[in-house]
Design a protein around this ligand. Sequence first.
Ligand code: NAD
Length: 258
Amino acid sequence: MTGRLEGKVALVIGAARGIGKATAVRFAEEGARVIIADTEREAGEASAREIGALFVDLDISKLAAAEAAVALAVERFGRLDIVVQNAGIYPWQLLEQTSVEDWDRVLGVNLRGSFIAARAALVPMKQQGYGRILFTSSITGPHVTSPGHGHYSASKAGINGLIRAAALEFAGYGITVNGVEPGNILTEAIQLHRSPEFIKGMEDAIPLGRLGSPRDVANAFLFLASDEAAYITGTTIVVDGGQLLPEGADFRIMPDRP
Ligand SMILES: NC(=O)c1ccc[n+]([C@@H]2O[C@H](COP(=O)([O-])OP(=O)(O)OC[C@H]3O[C@@H](n4cnc5c(N)ncnc54)[C@H](O)[C@@H]3O)[C@@H](O)[C@H]2O)c1
């Protein structure tokens, strides 16, 4: 630990497992007091115990629940410096099979939930004259997509728009708003739901030759949450091992290697 978040209070939403958990762990390692918020109580409490964090049961699609979580953070720790809205769902569903209810469910967590997190976080952060609001976007939506990710892509592209709008509106209060766009990250969920063949195929498509780890994404969040990112707002960092770069499949040409 180097204490890059010493004295800071961070609420990480969607942190029972995966990228959110790695972010909560990374923040705690750097001295932050952390609140983990998630719909999954058992896994969330276990993750919170591991790092001495507080757990709060929260569905981020509900404004009152988000406001209560923010109020709890302020009550317990006296302030709230960092909010990461990482909760996201990604069911695979072609548009022609997607009902309006399916659409609303994905947008309700991923995009509405992001608006709600920003609205709730604004209250103490505005009073403090300081805040870091961070979102997990994705390369899927803002840059690329695949069949079956219509609602998901729309939600993540929407988050990037929200980041810019909130950054502009909150700048005068000393609050920065940014996001991270992960590529393919090897979380427990991906390992469970994707075949080894799919994972191997992804590795072959990524210039750095591997899927990302949750900690790779957490490190980008740490930077954006730290004082080193004080002059950065309204933007996103792509964490994808170079996946967005190739124009074609022949990108592994290395003249000095057989
Ligand atoms: N894994 C990847 O390759 C990848 C790539 C790009 C973006 N992302 C994004 O990263 C984020 C985390 O992904 P992950 O792979 O770690 O997923 P995950 O499913 O492992 O973790 C998501 C967490 O969010 C929680 N959650 C879900 N709905 C919630 C709600 N309504 N309120 C509060 N918590 C809720 C879940 O319980 C879980 O703990 C998501 O926003 C996802 O879209 C993931």
